[in-house]
Design a protein around this ligand. Structure first.
Ligand code: EPZ
Length: 422
């Protein structure tokens, strides 16, 4: 079993380069199924979610070529329309994007229900609303989702819930529907815009991504092209919080400061110094960390995917802080693990109250999900003594070379492989 071992405390110092966006690439790769031609995709993060999606594309017969370590060429011209089996689909949440892509390509698809982080129920009723609005019939059978229609026709859809996945899935399917699709009450995350820009670079006609209304004018076919994935704003935010928590001085390169605005503003409120440049930011965590209150909301609100990481920083602040989690009902699993390091957090309903002034002490802990795992690393960097983190496969799903990146900033961190029976 692989574990992460950290000896703290440490102060992070130096430069780190942010990889391509996980939540963008896990939608863009399935969307290549819509394209008859070669898609060259740049700035691809080599994370296990990407590797698992490539396994699905290979299973379907796609041509996949590594042009270099960050650039892939995908050719789905000759793929077969086949059922995506459970053992491939269950490895990540984003396998559901194959529903929209295969519906858009063949008007008929079967995909096993997705997997992903255990942070809540994670329904897909809004995805189904989007597909049905385009004329598809969707049913569930033996753990599979089956969507089929004789033709996809553009329509007006108003989502009941702001959903990243449903927005992207419907946009993908609508790209080759007949006529105009107008989508309202949509998600506005940077990765929504990135997927729209990718589809447009392949010949789609999508406007309004990043606003409350997205319009998709269906086209008959998508051709090949080249596209570079945006930087991962949550990875960047994770390193910003790590720099602040360790009282470090870190320059975070390859970012889009606009995408980090909510995180930067909140850290500035907490007396963390943030200096913004065109495509990099410098974070200096010296002096007293002020307490704060956060309410997680859809973009441009405070991102839920930064909640666990902020809880670590708030444990070090002067005073009591609060996090209200409005997106996922089970995102508090990290609290029990942080308590093992000394955190003083109480959870009532969807509100965590976090006492400051904690002196973390190293201990054995586990990574409950992707972002909780990142938070455990930050806590281990701050804790006195040795912290050993188990279940690190969650972390490797979404953070490229995270050990090497933290080591490059001066952390005493390594990955070990321990025999299962010990
Ligand atoms: C995406 O999940 C991200 N995952 C999540 O990041 C992120 O937390 C989430 O968006 C919110 O930003 C990927 O992009 C692969 P949603 P998604 O649909 O699309 C409810 C990470 O750490 N909802 O925006 O599954 C849902 O229950 C991961 O990178 C419905 O009710 O999230 C939730 O309360 C964790 N019906 C809210 O909407 C639906 O059909 C937002 O979910 C869909 C969602």
């Amino acid at each position: 079993m692989k574990k992460i071992v950290i000896n703290g405390p440490c102060r992070l110092d130096g430069q780190v380069e942010i990889s391509g966006g996980k939540n963008a690439i896990v939608a863009i790769l399935p969307a290549t199924v819509m394209v008859c031609g070669k898609c060259v995709i740049e700035n691809v993060p080599r994370i296990s979610d990407v590797e698992n999606i490539l396994k699905i594309l290979k299973y379907m017969g796609a041509g996949i070529r590594n042009i270099d370590e960050k650039t892939l060429e995908i050719d789905c011209t000759d793929i077969k329309n086949c059922e995506i089996p459970y053992d491939l689909a269950r490895r990540l949440r984003a396998s559901y994007y194959f529903l929209g892509a295969l519906l858009g390509r063949w008007r008929d698809t079967t995909v096993a229900m997705p997997g992903g982080c255990s942070i809540g129920l994670r329904p897909i009723d809004q995805h189904i609303k989007g597909f049905e609005s385009l004329g598809a019939k969707v049913d569930f059978e033996r753990g599979n989702v089956h969507a089929k229609c004789s033709s996809l026709v553009g329509n007006h859809v108003y989502f009941d819930v702001v959903s990243v996945g449903a927005t992207i899935n419907t946009m993908i399917a609508a790209a080759t529907a007949e006529g105009l699709t107008v989508m309202e009450n949509v998600a506005k995350e940077p990765h929504i815009v990135d997927v729209a820009n990718f589809l447009n670079s392949m010949g789609a006609d999508i406007s309004g991504a990043g606003t409350d209304v997205i319009k998709v004018r269906g086209v008959s076919r998508l051709c090949g092209g080249t596209y570079a994935v945006i930087p991962d704003q949550i990875e960047a935010g994770t390193f910003m919080v790590a720099a602040a928590a360790t009282r470090g001085d870190v320059t975070i390169k390859n970012v889009i400061p606009k995408h980090l605005e909510c995180i930067s503003r909140k850290l500035s409120e907490m007396n963390v110094k943030i200096i913004e440049f065109d495509d990099y930011i410098r974070v200096i965590g010296s002096g007293v960390i002020e307490s704060a209150s956060i309410k997680t909301m859809p973009y441009p609100g405070f991102p839920t995917d930064m909640h666990p990481q902020m809880a670590v920083l708030m444990s070090l602040a002067d005073g009591t802080s609060r996090v209200t989690e409005n997106i996922w009902e089970s995102r508090f699993k990290y609290v029990d693990e942080l308590r093992k390091l000394g955190a003083k957090i109480t959870v009532t309903g969807n509100v965590a109250t976090i006492e400051g002034g904690v002196q973390f002490l190293g201990a054995p802990i586990r990574s409950c999900d992707l972002r909780a795992g990142a938070a455990m690393i930050i806590a281990g960097l701050v804790a006195s003594g040795t912290t050993v983190i188990e279940d690190i496969e969650h972390i490797e799903r979404g953070y490229e070379n995270i050990i090497e990146k933290f080591r490059g900033l001066g952390a005493n961190i390594r990955k070990i492989d321990v025999p299962e029976n010990r």
